[in-house]
Design a protein around this ligand. Structure first.
Ligand code: IPM
Ligand code: MN
Length: 353
């Protein structure tokens, strides 16, 4: 039995998950061994409801689950930045609590092929609180960046698995080895990993990588890079794809520890879009891509091949239906959230029965 804790979070988080949740509920009804719990509050709405951005009951629900499906965390209508200054800290805390230390993002590039961005998401620039010193405005602030060789290697091993699936396309390792010691370690590990895995990544400096990714031309199949570089480059790749909504994000613990709670968190990579909340116009592609990753990750579900079917249904809708507002030319017909989800669910209607 796979238990999924639902953490819709803030802004459009709840509505963006509706389609994937409807599909999961259908699987539940059809006897597929999957169970949903929640929705559990966190982020700004967690604060509004319980006074905490990561309530204890939500953490417990994640301990009782195999994986987490999240909507978006950030600003929420009616909750001011003075009241709740840093809701994103809830997401960062979840990563550290469950040791979800590698991020794998899939950007669906219209008319092209996916770009996968693999990065460490704890350690490095995304250090835990023990490596940060807040400033009172007088003393210096500090973020100490530490990369352990083993942690870099596991990021490369995951990236190599993805690169192997795209043999004809380029794979790049992005760093700033001319400046940072952590980047020089990164390059050293890149060479070791290539020698042992046979998968080669071209070394590219991060500034050059930004230039190459913005400039029209072929996109690499895989980008492997340090957490903060990957955070920025994944938004650039989304811009090339046409919208921040075209990215699904998996944050995983590669050791698959059993009995210690959630082994991964899946979410669309975009923010909570507070100004669009309730408009039901949002593009749910990222949420569906997150579901694809979830179905592929959970051992009991992966064997059923559902991830392939959901991805095919999603691709079919994107390729044949009018675009959502974010991808449409001004004044042309668009698909809203509900119309999009109905089409994907229809395309999937035969799948679980
Ligand atoms: C992302 C976001 C997060 C990150 C924030 C919300 C902590 O920017 O998922 O890309 O930097 O990892
Ligand atoms: Mn980001």
């Amino acid at each position: 039995m796979t238990t999924i804790a639902l953490l819709p979070g803030d802004g459009i988080g709840t509505e963006i998950l509706e389609g994937p949740v409807a599909f999961l509920r259908r699987l539940e009804r059809d006897g597929v061994p999957v169970r949903l719990t929640g929705p559990w509050p966190y982020g700004s709405t967690g604060w509004a409801r319980t006074g905490s951005i990561l309530p204890a009951q939500t953490v417990q629900a994640c301990r009782d689950a195999d994986v987490i499906l999240s909507g978006a965390v950030g600003t929420h209508p009616g909750v001011t930045a003075e009241q709740c200054p840093n809701p994103e800290a809830a997401l960062i805390e979840l990563r550290h609590l469950f040791d979800l230390r590698v991020s794998v993002r899939t950007v669906r590039v219209p008319g092209g092929e996916d770009v996968i961005i693999v990065r460490n998401i704890t350690g490095g620039a995304y250090a835990g609180p023990d490596r940060r010193t807040e400033s009172d405005g007088v003393r210096a602030a500090e973020d100490r960046m530490v990369l352990e060789p083993d942690r870099v290697r596991e990021v490369f091993d995951i990236a190599a698995d993805h690169a192997r699936r795209h043999p004809g396309r380029r794979a790049i390792s992005v760093d700033k080895a001319s400046v940072f010691a952590t980047s020089r370690l990164w390059r050293r590990i890149a060479r070791q990993a290539a020698a042992e895995s046979g998968v080669r990544f071209d070394d590219v400096n991060v500034d050059r990588a930004a230039y190459e990714l913005v400039k029209p031309g072929h996109l690499p199949a895989v980008i492997v890079t340090e957490g903060i570089f990957g955070d920025i480059l994944s938004d650039i790749v989304c811009a090339r794809a046409g919208s921040p909504a075209l990215c699904g994000s998996a944050t995983i613990n590669p050791e698959l520890p059993s009995g210690r709670g959630a082994t991964a968190l899946f979410e669309p990579a975009h923010g909570s879009s507070p100004h669009r909340t309730g408009s039901r116009r949002s593009n749910p592609t990222g949420a569906w891509l997150a579901l694809v990753d979830l179905l592929a990750w959970c051992p009991d579900l992966a064997g059923l091949g559902l991830h392939t079917k959901v991805r095919q249904a999603l691709d079919h809708v994107i390729d044949t239906a009018p675009p959502t507002y974010d991808l449409a030319a001004p004044g042309s017909a668009t698909l809203d959230l509900d119309q999009f989800n109905v089409r994907v669910l229809d395309a999937l209607s035969a799948v679980s029965a």
